[in-house]
Design a binder for this molecule. Structure first.
Ligand SMILES: [Mn+2]
Length: 426
């Protein structure tokens, strides 16, 4: 379904006065909010096709109904999100779950929603029907060269689908690893994986980038062949300048200092992008900012310091892949995604309010208390009116979830698509 512009207009008119009062108060407190608002308008976060349906665990899955059953419907859902928040102008596809049968028509449909295609994602963590070789014991690390060749060819196929759609990057996440000591020769696994990644890298078009995503554990529970940012950085460094490390917030061991990892990857010009989510225990794939909003804020602090501070460019220039990678087991996926994008925008806005010159002085004076005060003053500012103002200026909804609910979007989708549709390939 498509949102009628007049619904947004009506919604905004109804709450405009209350919003304006809050935004005016903040404008009085902080100078230069116009620039902050513009940065928020320019910042776009991609939505992955697989986050549009209900997720599940290995114990079960409870569908909410009305899920997009086709690639066209997935694009429609991201289009809906984008018309509500004006911050979700890209969709990230997963092959083989989203193979386009008519790339031209799919591109046109996406363009009609104002969407482009973000990173393409390959899948060598599942066996597909009719597939010749099994990935049970890994893909690119596999002891059998035929399995490795199959994994390489799949990634090349994914690149070719992406070329047709106008994508410019490939994300490779490998579930490869081992569950028990002795199962795997670590060095051979690394070498095999590197050789395969090199073949994929050599198939990248000149203007493409490749993101090597790491994960500490699961589905393998003893070793992962791309297990942490050090291993990913090793691969991406050996591959070349088009290869980067991708940070998924849920893919670290507990209490890892992700903001420090981000700052070092940026310094080395090897940060490819992000998969945003949140977690309490592991790869929980919870709504961004729902558990550790301060960590998210500290990450944006490093992003701004490393990108806008050192390199004189901004976060919105398309040099990085920003994507949500979450799973929604108990919430409406579309509401969850609206909350996730909002949380990202809030963290970004708060980080933009940090008094950077004062922070640098505090650091140079070893004034630890002041440094903390400066960060937390920004973090404790309620910036939601700034984020809402960015949406208002971009012709989107001041309160996207309220509008989503008042229009009964989900029940309309259930009516349109049925209660038993399944969106993901999992
Ligand atoms: Mn991810």
């Amino acid at each position: 379904m498509r949102l009628d512009k007049k619904h947004i207009q009506h919604h905004n008119d109804e709450i405009l006065n209350a919003h304006q009062r809050r935004f005016d108060f903040l404008s009085g407190e902080h100078g230069g909010l116009g620039k902050v608002v513009q940065k928020l308008i320019d910042f776009q976060v991609a939505i992955p096709s697989w986050a549009l349906g209900t997720g599940g665990t290995r114990f079960g899955r409870f569908s909410g109904g009305g899920e997009p059953g086709t690639l066209e419907e997935k694009i429609d859902d991201v289009g809906l999100l984008h018309s509500l928040n004006a911050s979700s102008a890209a969709i990230s596809l997963h092959i083989p779950w989203d193979i386009p049968t008519n790339a031209t028509a799919i591109k046109q449909l996406a363009a009609s929603h104002g969407l482009v295609f973000d990173a393409m994602n390959s899948n060598t963590f599942q066996d597909q029907p009719g597939q010749k070789h099994s990935y049970k014991f890994g893909s690119m690390q596999h002891v059998d060269r035929d399995v490795r060749a199959q994994a390489v060819q799949h990634n090349i196929d994914v690149i070719n689908y992406g070329i047709e759609l106008g994508s410019k990057s490939l994300t490779v996440w490998l579930s490869d690893g081992s569950c028990f000591p002795g199962q795997l020769n670590f060095r051979k696994a690394f070498q095999n994986t590197l050789d395969c990644l090199k073949q994929v890298y050599n198939s990248l078009p000149g203007d493409w980038r490749m993101f090597v995503e790491y994960k500490a554990f699961e589905p393998n529970f003893y070793s992962m062949t791309v297990g942490d940012w050090g291993q990913s950085l090793l691969y991406s460094s050996k591959l070349g300048p088009k290869a980067y490390t991708l940070v998924d917030l849920g893919h670290h061991l507990p209490n890892a200092n992700i903001e420090q990892i981000v700052s070092l990857l940026l310094m080395e010009d090897k940060l490819g992008g992000f998969h945003f989510n949140d977690s309490k225990y592991g790869d929980d794939d919870l709504t961004v900012g729902s558990i550790r909003p301060y960590q998210l804020f500290l990450i944006f602090n490093e992003l701004i310091d490393g990108i806008e501070g050192q390199r004189k460019t901004t976060l919105d220039k398309g040099a990085f892949g920003w994507m949500i990678d979450a799973s929604h087991n108990v919430k409406d996926p579309l509401e969850d995604l609206l909350q996730s994008v909002e949380a990202i925008m809030i963290a970004y806005a708060q980080a933009l309010l940090i008094d950077r010159p004062a922070l640098e002085i505090a650091q140079n004076n070893n004034d630890t208390a002041s440094a903390q005060e400066i960060l937390q003053t920004a973090f404790r500012t309620d910036v939601r009116p700034i984020v809402a103002e960015a949406r208002l200026r971009a012709d989107a909804a001041i309160d996207p979830i309220a509008l989503f609910r008042s229009l009964n979007v989900r029940s309309k989708l259930v009516k349109e698509r049925g209660a038993k549709t399944v969106a993901t390939g999992l």
